[in-house]
Design a protein around this ligand. Structure first.
Ligand code: IMP
Ligand code: MG
Length: 183
């Protein structure tokens, strides 16, 4: 079997430098606000944990788990909530923390859902984005890295629940995906 882990797209040091930069911007923008970081399980866990520790403003942390039906590498846009937030968000300043925006369908559903709960503000911080794959237009205030159209793993991102614990972001080799899907 082909080793699925290919080229490094974002190395460990680059990740940490960018997260420090994002944290500094967020700390300025949310001075005096009632910030709640909403992490999207499970992919955003490592990113959220590192980002939250760079903030100089107080924040609460809550999580949602969603699943979008589809294959291991493609989302369908039909989203189901597996775990909802523990607390109401009405009147609070919500920052959704996401691992990656691919088609944008998951995030678009989340934004609509959370907006209906009447937060004071609602913004998005995504570590990675794949602009070529976007199927829906989205406002995302904080973005770490734009990456090309390759399936990636590591630093929270999985391929069928594997490789989340890699300390960097790497591409999955096309040959490995082809072996799995028989394509
Ligand atoms: P979207 O709804 O197509 O934007 O997909 C969003 C979700 O799909 C992300 O939160 C990830 O969990 C997953 N996803 C999308 N692209 C990748 C990837 O390249 N590697 C791992 N997971 C991905
Ligand atoms: Mg996933």
């Amino acid at each position: 079997m082909t080793d699925p882990i290919g080229d490094t797209l974002v190395g460990r040091d680059e990740l940490m430098a960018k997260i420090t930069e994002l944290g500094a911007r967020i700390s300025i923008d949310y001075e005096g606000k009632d910030l709640v970081l909403v992490g999207v399980l499970k992919g955003a866990v490592f990113f959220l944990a590192d980002l939250a520790r760079t903030l100089t403003v107080p924040c609460a942390i809550d999580f949602m788990a969603v699943t979008s039906y589809g294959s291991a590498t493609d989302s369908s846009g039909v989203v189901r909530i597996l775990k909802d937030l523990d607390h109401p968000i009405e009147g609070r300043d919500i920052l959704i923390v996401e691992d990656i925006i691919d088609s944008g369908l998951t995030l678009s559903y989340l934004l609509k859902n959370l907006r209906s709960r009447k937060p004071a503000s609602l913004e998005v911080c995504a570590l990675l984005t794949k602009p070529e794959r976007r199927r829906i237009n989205l406002e995302c205030r904080y973005i770490g890295f734009e990456i090309p159209n390759v399936f990636v793993v590591g630093y929270g991102l999985d391929w069928d629940e594997r490789y989340r614990t890699l300390d960097h972001v790497a591409g999955v080799r096309a040959a490995a995906i082809a072996e799995l899907t028989g394509a």
